[in-house]
Design a protein around this ligand. Sequence first.
Ligand code: ATP
Ligand code: MG
Length: 360
Amino acid sequence: MKNIILTGDRPTGRLHLGHYVGSLKNRVRMQEEASYDTMYVMIADSQALTDNFANPKKIRDNLIEVALDYLSVGLDPEKLIIFVQSQVKELTELNFYFLNLVSLARLERNPTVKSEIKQRDFSNSIPAGFLTYPVSQAADILLFDANIIPVGEDQEPMLEQAREIARSFNNIYGKTFIEPKALLPESKQARRMPGIDGSAKMSKSLGNAIYLADDKKTLKKKVMSMYTDPNHINIEDPGKVEGNIVFTYLDVFSNEQSFEKYLPDYKNLDELKDHYRRGGLGDVKVKKFLIKVLEEELDPIRKRRALYEQNIDQVFDILEEGSKKASAKGEAKLREVKKAMGLDYFTDQKLKEEIQDKYK
Ligand code: ATP
Ligand code: MG
């Protein structure tokens, strides 16, 4: 079987550490391993409009920001296809057919969408486009025959929905789609990075993120303001590591080399955690260590971003080129879909003959 990878991000803001460990790192790793036939990376501007329809400027402004973030982490347009959702019109058409295969009750049960609805200020008027975005996301995946989807944990329900739609379509119209699988990060904490305020998910929409493009000063300020253990008031007090965001980040980003380099008094994170639990270790010391660890990861990303910021023309070309390639693939697949559904009236010679026979 071919390995086709598809992922995407909504251009609702710059990308942050949650995206980085939840999905981008897996994409870069697979790119380096060349362990796929095609990788598509989609900037989901149409999906972003489902809850930002009144603010198209936000989406327009963030399109290039997300593209710059992609290039800055090392996604290479020579090795994968970066495209813009709204520029591939076959996606909309496929979404329209898929909408028939899903019930309203099923859409209302999606746990990620449920919590997103709570977070957003829709009051009682949830846009139909928002409620149905998991269907459009199924179209994004299935149009490209993607089987591997590197995502964070919040996307599991979307993958389940996509599989259901694929199954249902295949049952009714004949085998047309592959059932896709999520590729989650190995580290449990990375599957759903918490925000710096301690809330369950770092998210662009919640204002609790460390962005890949944050400068050194901003990074420092954010880490210093991170949620720790509210009962750890004096250095001597025993502290809690569970739910302490600074330690969650260290779980994801630090390794023994980081200790050797920046905090040689400890061999590894377990030793540091033990000391914190016993008491006698201050938050500031742990936070300063985390800043160094994150700096090491983010500095090369910032530098690469700065280069592309000086070449915006090139970034637009990459997106346009990628969108053309994605459209070509989409067109071919949609032809197959319409044929399966019997909507190929003008290319199906047999249909004409049957009708001619009928009226003979
Ligand atoms: P929005 O609030 O606009 O939905 P977001 O921050 O949730 O933005 P998305 O563009 O919806 O970002 O998500 C893009 C990808 O990043 C998805 O694969 C998602 O699972 C992953 N992702 C987003 N936030 C996190 C996080 N905090 N931890 C792990 N993965 C994440
Ligand atoms: Mg999201």
